[in-house]
Design a binder for this molecule. Structure first.
Ligand SMILES: NC(=O)c1ccc[n+]([C@@H]2O[C@H](COP(=O)([O-])OP(=O)(O)OC[C@H]3O[C@@H](n4cnc5c(N)ncnc54)[C@H](OP(=O)(O)O)[C@@H]3O)[C@@H](O)[C@H]2O)c1
Length: 322
């Protein structure tokens, strides 16, 4: 599949383009940037064509799919243009600024019969299958609560995550991971019951927050997220007989062995999971779903994720800071 990259982002250089290059089903044709110099720097490094201007890459008829690692606030414009020009799309998270944007993009993908996915790569790491096996082997008894946190210390002031117009804020960024993880373990029938966002008054951007999600009579999830937090990147499944903790749930590097901890019967076991490359795994799923035209499950995942993010925003008690 001939693929192009729209925006020479850090995440593209560090993780996604190397993953694309490692999969023989993909042929990286071109990278586009606002500046030719930057496109050229990436193109030389990754042995492909450099294109100045995102629209010029989208206009290329020989490109069948695009990866879009632009700030969230720019996704809708370029996702819509790419779908209109007949390309499958994998965009960075969060796909849209709100539910309505995501719904518009999903409706267009469906109308054009094209794949649209969001790059929540962590879901495709083998450590979660290991956790599911522990649960299915009844190691922790019945599930009582899911807890997950993703947050990190402040970013440089000029980072787009502090810019409201570009889709800034922790809800559209760090929160996406525990929200996705809650659905993986509790299913899709959950809604947000309570939430709290702490908003920087001068930036009008949420810096940290938390939420409580559950179905009508199902097990609940407590999640926390933020940009002004002690680093956390984990989830816990607390059961009637034990507890499982994934210590590096969302960001294990391809050479890193994440640790899964099982506590039960006054005992604590630690399992080191084989390194895995979730960026490669999600791209393989993108290729599979595109070539087998297996789109609906990905549209549903996009809508469910955006719905929960929207509910957190709408239900939130707004607390102003600074
Ligand atoms: N899945 C993951 O593991 C993961 C990890 C980190 C980030 N992300 C997501 O990936 C996306 C990019 O994040 P990043 O940290 O890689 O950011 P980044 O390095 O700042 O890249 C964003 C790119 O967007 C383009 N851009 C166009 N207009 C821009 C503007 N006004 N301000 C900033 N950039 C602009 C730039 O490309 P040109 O200069 O080439 O035009 C820039 O390199 C975000 O949606 C983020 O949520 C995902």
């Amino acid at each position: 599949m001939d693929i192009g990259v729209i925006g020479c982002a850090n995440i593209a250089m560090r993780s996604v383009i190397p993953a694309i290059k490692s999969i023989s089903d993909f042929n990286l044709l071109a990278v586009a940037s606002r500046s030719f110099e930057k496109a050229n720097e990436y193109a030389r490094k990754f042995e492909c064509e450099a294109i100045e201007g995102y629209d010029n890459l989208i206009a290329r008829e020989d490109i069948e799919a695009v990866y879009i690692p632009l700030p969230t606030g720019m996704h809708q414009e370029f996702v819509v243009k790419a779908l209109q020009s007949g390309k499958h799309v994998i965009a960075e998270k969060s796909l849209g600024m709100n539910f309505s944007e995501v719904e518009t993009m999903v409706n267009l993908a469906r109308e054009k019969n094209l794949l649209l996915m969001e790059n929540y790569m962590f879901e495709y790491h083998s450590q979660h299958k290991f956790v599911f096996d522990l649960i299915n082997n009844n190691e922790i008894g019945e599930l009582r609560l899911f807890r997950s946190t993703f947050g990190f210390p402040p970013l440089p002031k000029n980072n787009f995550r502090y810019d409201k117009k570009l889709g800034g804020g922790s809800l559209l960024d760090a929160a996406g991971y525990p929200i996705k993880a809650a659905q993986i373990f509790l299913g899709n029938n959950i809604t947000v019951k309570a939430s709290n966002l702490f908003i920087d008054k001068s930036l009008d951007v949420d810096i940290f927050g938390s939420a409580y999600l559950s179905g009508n009579s199902s097990i609940a999830a407590e999640i926390g997220f933020g940009f002004d937090n002690f680093y956390q990147c984990s989830y816990e499944l607390w059961g009637s007989k034990g507890k499982i903790t994934a210590e590096r749930a969302f960001t294990p590097q391809p050479t890193f062995s994440p640790k899964i901890i099982l506590e039960k019967d006054n005992d604590k076991k630690e399992f080191l999971i084989e390194p895995d490359n979730h960026f490669v795994n999600i791209l393989k799923e993108f290729y599979r779903a595109a070539t087998q035209r297996d789109f609906e499950r990905h549209y549903t995942a996009l809508l469910n994720q955006a719905k929960l993010q929207e509910e957190i925003r709408l239900l939130s008690t707004k607390n102003f800071i600074n």
